[in-house]
Design a protein around this ligand. Structure first.
Ligand code: ZN
Length: 410
């Protein structure tokens, strides 16, 4: 792999603000995603991808033509253009630390914010490697610009090494994954592949084969607003009702207090005033049946709060988001098996992992396109302490080359 060029690509993509915006009212939710998409179409075109295009929704598609005459299944490689809104993504100033010597990483734009080695045990394994961070005032966006850079560099490498035998590779860059809309406008007929891989995982050698199942609950609290001077016995403050309701949610069922295979209920956004408050609560579990239990718990809390505040109204609606990919993957066992074999050919061992979240792959798998998620060297996503390891990105690109050979029967 051309490590230098992979780094340049990554830095170029990281500098474009592609923050996804919940409630933007348009698709994609931010213009930067279209800008980055245009750049990628141009780059893919220069690499000989004649059908590289950006569709009406900003989704980038293209096909690496096969180098073998043998009939070989189409596989798809997917990454997302947007970054999380949880940390600012504008004016990202990446810091490249070559030959990492160990210890904490100081972030130059915010010297009191430190990426501590103690909190990031993976760093100890990466002495001498190239580590990339933001300056501490923004996220880095390796989630998922590492995935984009890895895929584009793989395409470049294959275009320079036509002796490598592979079948058709469908390239797909999606928008608004971070706000749960990565696959809304994706046309699976256009992708037309037997399996797909999202390049959106942490570290190296990971093959995510299981994700959360996810629903989103919206709690709408209606109060009665009236001028405070005449409020006695008349006002019902929706803010107090929602505070009461939040106090009823079990603390032991939150992301802060759970890990491993335990699910959680996560109140993550709130807005409103005395008259009305809207609260959104993420419901998450590996077992989809438990999401119903969580919804019942939330509705129970809503009833109790309403009883405490006569005159208030609390409504809970639940929308399905995505489902654990494990079930869908069993329909095409080669998707995971070949990833394991491709790693083995490189002298590496696949780590089959579960994700406490979802990826575009969860939804694609549910729609019938088996889509495990692969490592791309990202760490601490969605945070100002996000970092990435260049050598792990190189490893991801090497895996893609090997994987395309395995699918071609090598
Ligand atoms: Zn991601």
């Amino acid at each position: 792999m051309n490590k230098r060029r992979l780094l340049e690509r990554f830095l170029e993509y990281a500098r474009i603000d592609t923050t996804a915006r919940e409630g933007a009212g348009c698709y994609p939710s931010s213009p930067g995603q279209l800008e980055l998409g245009r750049l990628l179409v141009e780059q893919l075109g220069q690499l000989g991808i004649d059908d590289a295009r950006q569709d009406d929704y900003g989704i980038v598609l293209g096909t690496v033509p096969p180098t073998t005459d043998r009939p070989t299944p189409v596989i798809a490689l997917c990454a997302h253009l947007d970054t999380s809104a949880e940390t600012p993504g504008k004016d990202v100033r990446p810091q490249v630390i070559e030959n990492y010597g160990g210890g904490d990483l100081i972030l130059p734009g915010k010297p009191d914010r430190v990426i501590r080695q103690a909190d990031n045990p993976e760093l100890a394994e990466l002495l001498g490697k190239t580590i990339i961070t933001s300056d501490g005032t923004t996220l880095l966006g390796a989630d998922d610009k590492a995935g984009l850079a890895v895929i584009v560099e793989t395409v470049a490498w294959l275009s320079e090494h036509t002796e490598i035998e592979h079948g058709p590779l469908r390239i797909c860059f999606t928008c608004d994954e971070e706000i749960g809309h990565g696959t809304d406008h994706l046309d699976l007929k256009q992708i037309d592949a037997v399996a797909c891989y999202t390049l959106d995982g942490p570290g190296s050698n990971g093959v995510d084969v299981e994700t959360f199942s996810a629903d989103m609950a919206t709690v709408t609290v209606s109060g009665i607003n009236i001028h405070p001077s005449i409020a006695k016995d008349r006002m019902v403050n929706a803010l107090r009702v929602v505070a009461d309701l939040m106090g009823r949610l079990p603390r032991g069922l939150s992301p802060e207090t759970t890990d491993g295979r335990d699910g959680f209920m996560h109140p993550y956004e709130i807005g409103g005033g005395v008259g009305e408050v809207k609260l959104q609560v993420l419901l998450r579990d590996f077992d989809a049946a438990r999401l119903d239990q969580q919804a019942r718990l939330l509705r129970g809390a809503a009833r109790e709060s309403m009883a405490q505040f006569p005159g208030s109204k609390v409504e809970v609606s639940v929308a399905r988001q995505y489902r654990n990919m494990a079930e869908g993957l069993s329909a095409e066992p080669r998707a995971v098996e070949y990833a394991q074999r491709a790693l083995q050919r490189l002298g590496r061992t696949a780590e089959l992992t579960t994700v406490r979240g979802g990826t575009d792959g969860s939804r694609l798998t549910e729609l019938g396109l088996p889509t495990p998620n692969l490592s791309t060297g990202q760490h601490n996503p969605h945070s100002a302490e996000e970092w990435a390891c260049l050598e792990e990105m190189v490893e991801a690109a090497e895996l893609l080359v090997s994987l395309s050979e395995v699918w071609a029967g090598k």
